[in-house]
Design a protein around this ligand. Structure first.
Ligand code: ITT
Length: 213
């Protein structure tokens, strides 16, 4: 059984359009989010941690809103900023500080780990494994590192930051407009068809189907 690692029910709803719910279930596990300017290392680290915890194949989903005029902020800090400032304040900040069009993108990185060897994505950060390696001695540590390859699948979508509109979706969807509609104005299927998560999930689903054939 594949475990979709997230505390966010909105992500699970979207993932189930791409993955069969007989084969996948949510793992409500709050993995450690390492500090990094990009989502890949955060997701990779989370996948290793979740795999060690669950001892089952895991897929971690790390996403964020990257505002061009703010050099990508809130980016990897999107969750913290949503919890503290709130989504409407992010729009107000963008409206106060940036000229139109206030461009940004949603990005999603899916990180898969099942403890088996496969062609992994290059991944510069594996702090746990390095700590383990240092503690156990280089030779044994190297085995540990190789034992947990992670494969990353990415998706992104460009848009504009706008005043909140729409009732659907979750998170920053009401302030993210793509092609004339905010993501909160789209049905789940419409959002999946163009979204960062939908794009990453489509890549993962193709790869995973071949892997489990
Ligand atoms: P997990 O880490 O447990 O998966 P989370 O909601 O904290 O749950 P992220 O760190 O990936 O997940 O999310 C970062 C923020 O971006 C968070 O505030 C989400 O609500 C938001 N977000 C993620 N995907 C989104 C999407 O498709 N549409 C709108 N906002 C999204």
């Amino acid at each position: 059984m594949l475990r979709y690692v997230t505390t966010n029910a909105g992500k699970v709803r979207e993932a189930l359009s791409y993955l069969d719910d007989d084969d996948v279930s949510q793992l409500d596990f709050d993995y450690t989010e390492v500090q990094a300017s990009d989502l890949g290392p955060i997701a990779a680290h989370g996948a290793r941690e979740a795999y060690r915890y669950a001892d089952e194949p895991v897929l971690v989903d790390d996403a964020g809103l990257f505002i061009d005029g703010f050099e990508g902020f809130p980016g990897p800090y999107s969750s913290y900023v949503e919890d503290t400032l709130g989504v409407e304040a992010v729009h107000r900040l963008a409206a106060a500080e940036l000229d139109e069009p206030r461009r940004g993108s949603f990005r999603c990185v899916l990180a898969y780990c099942d403890g088996e060897p496969f062609e992994a994505s290059p991944d510069p950060i594996d702090r746990d494994d390095r700590t383990v390696a240092a503690a156990r001695g280089a030779e044994q540590g190297a085995e540990e590192t190789e034992a947990l390859p992670v494969k990353l699948f990415t998706g992104s979508v460009n848009g504009r930051i706008v005043p909140p509109r729409g009732e659907g979706g979750f998170g920053y969807d009401p302030i993210f407009e793509h092609d004339g509609a905010t993501f909160a104005e789209l049905s789940a299927a419409e959002k999946n068809g163009i979204s960062h998560r939908g794009r990453a999930l489509a890549k993962f689903a193709t790869w995973f189907a071949e892997r489990t054939e």
